[in-house]
Write a protein that binds this ligand. Structure first.
Ligand SMILES: C[S@@+](CC[C@H](N)C(=O)[O-])C[C@H]1O[C@@H](n2cnc3c(N)ncnc32)[C@H](O)[C@@H]1O
Length: 244
């Protein structure tokens, strides 16, 4: 109780540095002043037409992507929508000179109804009549035009994953809001993730909306013997370490 009161007082007396995307924090968010970060975000917003205010999530994503860019292996995103995160990523990294392929995988027509579980339908009514995430295939193609080694795969995860020809993956982003698809992607790619590679799970901390995903991913992680970092942004972070 005392620590809660202390935290409330800190927030009241010290101006919160960060106040968006489900988070209030008095801690430094200096990354927002980094010219490379600002440029990557602005170009991505412009090219993808997205309207995202998720700076801390973007920071975690770009940090992981940059760290993994030094490894031998390709990049994958399952769940692309407008491509906001990955478009910022290619801008933030010196992508054209990395010699890697980035796979962008999505139905581009929203979450496939047949993959939504009964529990998901009960928790989150949006699944019963999914309106969002449709028709972004051509805009994503345009947003990434002129950038080297981008492969856009239009298909349903997990059944389309055989189209990814890479055997070494350095970085993966999973953001599909769907338990069957996310577990399918983890199971399919886990053995291909190189040592030191990372997976960013965008929906990991979102409860109750994506609770079924969280429970299933925790079960998968304990089977694999890996620990997932819960980030205050709602993301989960997995590091593939030696012997995993
Ligand atoms: C939250 S959005 C992704 C946002 C994206 N990461 C960004 O940077 O803006 C979720 C996406 O997952 C896709 N999706 C959901 N289930 C899928 C599945 N089984 N196969 C392929 N794509 C799927 C949806 O079409 C939607 O575009």
């Amino acid at each position: 109780m005392i620590t809660k009161i202390k935290t409330i007082l800190q927030i009241l007396y010290r101006k919160p540095q960060y106040f968006e995307d489900g988070m209030i924090s008095i801690h430094l968010s200096n990354f927002r002043k980094d010219p490379k970060f600002v440029k990557a975000k602005q170009i991505s917003l412009k090219r993808t037409g997205a309207s995202e205010d998720i700076d801390w999530r973007l920071h975690v994503f770009l940090w992981a992507a940059k760290t993994c860019s030094k490894l031998n292996g390709d990049f994958i995103e399952c769940g692309v929508n407008t491509g906001f995160l990955c478009r910022a990523c290619v801008e933030f990294l010196d992508w054209d000179n990395l010699g890697k392929t980035m796979y962008l995988i999505d139905t581009f027509e929203g979450i496939p109804v047949e993959l939504v579980t009964e529990k998901e339908k009960k928790i989150n009514k949006q699944y019963l009549n999914p309106k969002g995430y449709k028709g972004t295939y051509s805009s994503v193609k345009q947003a990434f035009q002129g950038i080297d080694n981008i492969r856009i795969i239009k298909g349903k995860v997990p059944s389309c994953l055989g189209e990814v020809k890479s055997e070494k993956i350095a970085f993966m982003s999973i953001d599909m809001n769907s338990v069957v698809a996310e577990i399918g992607a983890l199971e399919y790619f886990w053995d291909k993730i190189v040592e030191g590679g990372m997976i960013v799970l965008d929906d990991y901390g979102y409860s109750p909306k994506y609770l079924e995903q969280r429970l299933a991913i925790d079960q998968w992680a304990s089977k694999q013997g890996v620990d997932i970092l819960s980030v205050a942004t709602g993301q989960g972070l997995i590091l593939k370490s030696k012997n995993k």
